[in-house]
Design a protein around this ligand. Structure first.
Ligand SMILES: *[C@@H]1O[C@H](CO)[C@@H](O)[C@H](O)[C@H]1NC(C)=O
Ligand SMILES: *[C@@H]1O[C@H](CO)[C@@H](O)[C@H](O)[C@H]1NC(C)=O
Ligand SMILES: *[C@@H]1O[C@H](CO)[C@@H](O)[C@H](O)[C@H]1NC(C)=O
Ligand SMILES: *[C@@H]1O[C@H](CO)[C@@H](O)[C@H](O)[C@H]1NC(C)=O
Ligand SMILES: *[C@@H]1O[C@H](CO)[C@@H](O)[C@H](O)[C@H]1NC(C)=O
Length: 542
């Protein structure tokens, strides 16, 4: 049925000037700007909303105390990407950076991490890790989806390792290979130097570069071959199931020379690993620091850090998320060195190795984040900081002013996300848009999960089902009740002037900026309720 419609209509601009324009509203709950009440739990620990037309979806209701719309980065129609968890189900989430409304969610995974857009073979792909979460590490797969949300690759570590790909990294390189972290349980390892047993278990920090298409391994590396456990700042813990996690790798980047920038959180170290022999070329921070700190200790004082990225091929501009502390007590309303920060450093490599602090971004409310976190340096000079174990993210202008501050849950609760990114994304889903009729308002509710190019909707009504099957429906449908409505937010609520009382069938088409039809909903039978989702916002939707 959908296909019939498609054959006639795809690619043809509809004569939308014939239609009645209606003023539309969004059915979304919108955002709060009430940080005191929000953080006191007025709407729960992780406030969410659900939708009439797509009841599978749960999405956050944000609190947005700072939002300077003229200053936030808009280059390339960016979207905000992250993973979120509701009721033990997790998924990738995409939001419009214009109005922060939901664009895409798929809450069908046990665990998802590190959602972002990367370039693979010249195409923008949506990448994330999915699998089973362990304690601070995990086993699963790195997945890439194309603009139709179809799987482009799904890759894990090679059989060279006894564990599958861990959740911390899924980085596509310029060679169209993927960098994966792997946490490998290694029995029979001597940990006596850090207070453990001679015959102990080490949780080794490993990584691999692999071609996701033919699974060819380009490089494999184990920290235990090149590092001593005494490099760790993390106190030895006996009897940890998979072993003691000495170094805790959490980010990887390949350089143009074919070396690897490796972040080792528990060693407070960023290390450049030689892509030929695996030995460190240099260490920044930690016990083996080789860089002179030109900022009085501020540049090398990072600790428990995440998401280390060089912005240039010469490895001089470095950004990271500096967690800086592991404590809960000082974590909210903190100040000074107790706070986590987005950190930007400048390095020189010759004639001398030096490092200096260029910028630091503290959370507007003062946050210490014991785990996770991200630093996305945006192309216009802005910085997007994800607060990791604290449920928020903030954007800063080039001069360091906070211009956006968003909470997606209460701080100091389980609400969290590993990394937050701002990337351009075009989504053209293969599934149809969805429609529901709201019995209370008499409005037609429309949404299309994942579709980024919809600008408006045409809602058609008729008394004969056949009328709405083909493209001709626009001429045959009762013009007096056919409505053209601008899309608003994730779910658009279209007033149809009581048409649901007068007509038997409803169908809606989604149009792009040029009035070209991108897809159409099912035909809904108003009278017998067939296909109708008469919904009201669920009680728990607060
Ligand atoms: C928003 O940002 C712009 C550019 O940085 C700045 O000039 C303006 O003062 C800011 N507005 C507010 C209300 O902070
Ligand atoms: C969600 O992900 C599952 C598992 O990959 C897939 O089968 C399903 O089609 C996806 N749905 C959407 C709306 O993306
Ligand atoms: C990736 O592959 C694994 C192993 O075959 C599978 O369990 C998982 O569902 C796949 N993920 C997606 C999104 O297709
Ligand atoms: C990387 O390792 C190779 C092989 O040991 C060595 O020839 C090369 O000089 C090393 N590169 C650097 C930058 O240390
Ligand atoms: C809309 O039309 C303009 C002018 O023909 C064209 O440049 C643009 O690519 C079209 N946009 C879409 C989304 O088709």
């Amino acid at each position: 049925m959908f296909l019939d419609f498609a054959m006639f209509a795809f690619g043809l601009p509809l004569a939308i000037y014939l239609l009645h324009q209606t003023i539309t509203v969004s059915a979304d709950l919108g955002v709060h700007n009430a940080p005191d009440l929000y953080q006191k739990g007025g709407w729960g620990d992780a406030p969410y909303q659900r939708y009439f037309s797509d009841p599978e979806i749960w999405s956050p209701v944000f609190d947005v105390p700072i939002w300077n719309r003229s200053a936030i980065s808009t280059e390339g129609t960016p979207h905000i990407l992250m993973s979120l968890e509701y009721e033990s189900r997790m998924g990738p989430y995409i939001f419009s950076s214009d109005d922060l409304s939901l664009v895409y969610s798929n809450r069908s995974f046990p665990f998802v991490n590190n959602v972002r857009v990367q370039k693979y073979r010249g195409e923008n792909v949506l990448t994330f890790w999915e699998g089973m979460q362990g304690k601070g590490h995990a086993q699963g797969h790195c997945v890439a989806l194309n603009r139709h949300y179809e799987v482009v690759f799904n890759v894990t570590s090679s059989s060279y390792f006894s564990a599958n790909a861990d959740l911390h990294e899924c980085e596509v390189t310029k060679d169209n290979t993927v960098l994966l972290t792997i946490y490998e349980s290694t029995p029979g390892y001597d940990l006596s130097s850090v207070g453990g047993k001679e015959n102990d278990i080490l949780l080794d920090s490993c990584f691999e570069e692999i071609n996701p298409e033919n699974k060819e391994v380009w490089f494999s590396w184990r920290a235990s071959w090149f590092f001593h456990p005494t490099a760790s700042y993390h106190a030895y813990e006996p009897e940890t199931n998979d072993g003691w996690d000495a170094w805790h790798i959490n980010s990887l980047q390949k350089t143009k020379e074919g070396h690897y920038v490796v972040d080792m959180r528990r060693a407070h170290t960023v290390v450049l690993i030689n892509g030929t022999d695996g030995w460190p070329i240099w260490n920044l921070g930690g016990k083996g620091n080789e860089f002179e700190d030109l900022s009085g200790g501020q540049a090398t004082a990072f600790a428990w850090q995440h998401h280390t990225r060089f912005l240039d091929e010469d490895l001089t501009q470095l950004t990271m998320f500096d967690n800086r502390q592991l404590e809960w007590e000082r974590s909210l309303g903190c100040s000074g060195a107790g706070c986590s920060r987005g950190l930007r450093l400048e390095l020189t490599h010759s004639p001398k190795k030096t490092v200096k602090l260029v910028a630091e971004h503290l959370a507007p409310v003062g946050l210490g984040c014991y785990a996770m976190g991200s630093h996305d340096a945006l192309s216009n000079g802005n910085s997007l900081i994800g607060w990791g174990s604290q449920a928020g993210f903030s954007e800063y202008g080039p001069d360091g002013d906070p211009i956006l501050d968003v909470a997606f849950g209460r701080y100091n609760t389980y609400a969290r996300t590993y990394r937050v990114f701002k990337d351009a994304w075009v989504g053209l889903p293969k599934w149809e848009p969805k429609v529901a009729l709201d019995a209370v308002s008499g409005n037609v509710m429309l949404s299309w999960n994942g579709a980024t190019e919809v600008v408006s909707w045409v809602v058609m009504v008729a008394n004969k089902r056949e009328t709405l099957v083909s493209f001709d429906s626009l001429n045959q449908a009762d013009q007096s009740a056919t409505v053209h409505a601008l899309k608003k937010g994730f779910e658009t609520s279209v007033a149809v002037g009581g048409a649901l009382d007068r007509f038997k069938y409803v169908r809606a088409a989604a149009l792009d900026v040029n009035g070209t039809m991108l897809g159409a909903t099912d035909i809904v039978n108003v009278a017998d309720g067939n296909g109708i989702k008469v919904a009201s916002q669920p009680d728990d939707c607060k």
